[in-house]
Structure formats: C-alpha cells, structure tokens
Design a protein around this ligand. Structure first.
Ligand SMILES: [Zn+2]
Length: 119
C-alpha cells in the first residue's frame, strides 16, 4: 500500500507536539545570533509564535474531540474517536466509516474532501 494513514485527532496532536519542538529549536537557534540583538529577538519571537500556535492547535483538538464521534472499533474493541466520514482507529489503524455506502470499499482519505485537493 505504501501510504500510511492514521487517525486524524492523533495526526493533529502529533502536529501540535512538533510545533512545540520547532518552537524550542528556533528559540535555541537564536542563541547563535547573540551578536545581533535584532536577529536574536526575531528568533525568540518566531519560536514563541510556534509555541503559541501549538497551544492554539491543542485547543482546536479539544474542540474537535467534542465533535468527534465515539465508536467501538470492530477490530480491537477499543473506544476510538473519529472525525469526518472516514477515519482510522486510534489504536490499530483500522479504517472506519460512518457512511454505509462506503462500507467495504477501499479506504481513501479523499472521501472526506469533496472539492479541495490535498496541498
Ligand atoms: Zn482498532
């Protein structure tokens, strides 16, 4: 198959976590520009911005989680949350769908998007 899908909420959570790391790395990078107060300030602000953004993303996950549908995964029997018409189980990556017409079809994330293309 090649393409690895994962649960959307988990994916966003990973993104938020990596934003924090990027923020710290950028802030740390500012140390190398100590000679220039301006450059250091810009790095510090950029790093801070990443961390603030990740807080926003975490908040967004919280909002999404309340809207997510809780289902019991038929494969691992665990409670998982799904977003959209198709999503993957958080634990075993089993493709799940709420749409009866898509049941049994090959999993494809594009079922979630009708018009926009993946960027
Ligand atoms: Zn599962």
């Amino acid at each position: 198959m090649g393409i690895k899908y994962s649960n959307k909420i988990n994916k966003i959570r990973t993104f938020a976590l990596s934003l924090i790391f990027v923020g710290f790395i950028v802030m740390y990078g500012g140390i190398f520009f100590r000679s220039s107060v301006w450059l250091m300030t810009i790095f510090m602000l950029l790093g801070l911005l990443c961390i603030v953004a990740s807080t926003g993303v975490y908040f967004w996950i919280g909002m999404l989680s309340t809207k997510a549908v809780q289902v019991t995964c038929p494969t691992c029997q665990k409670q998982t949350k799904m977003l959209g018409r198709v999503d993957m189980c958080m634990y075993c990556n089993e493709p799940l769908t709420l749409d009866q017409s898509l049941e049994g079809k090959q999993f494809d994330e594009k079922y979630n998007r009708k018009k926009q293309k993946e960027s």
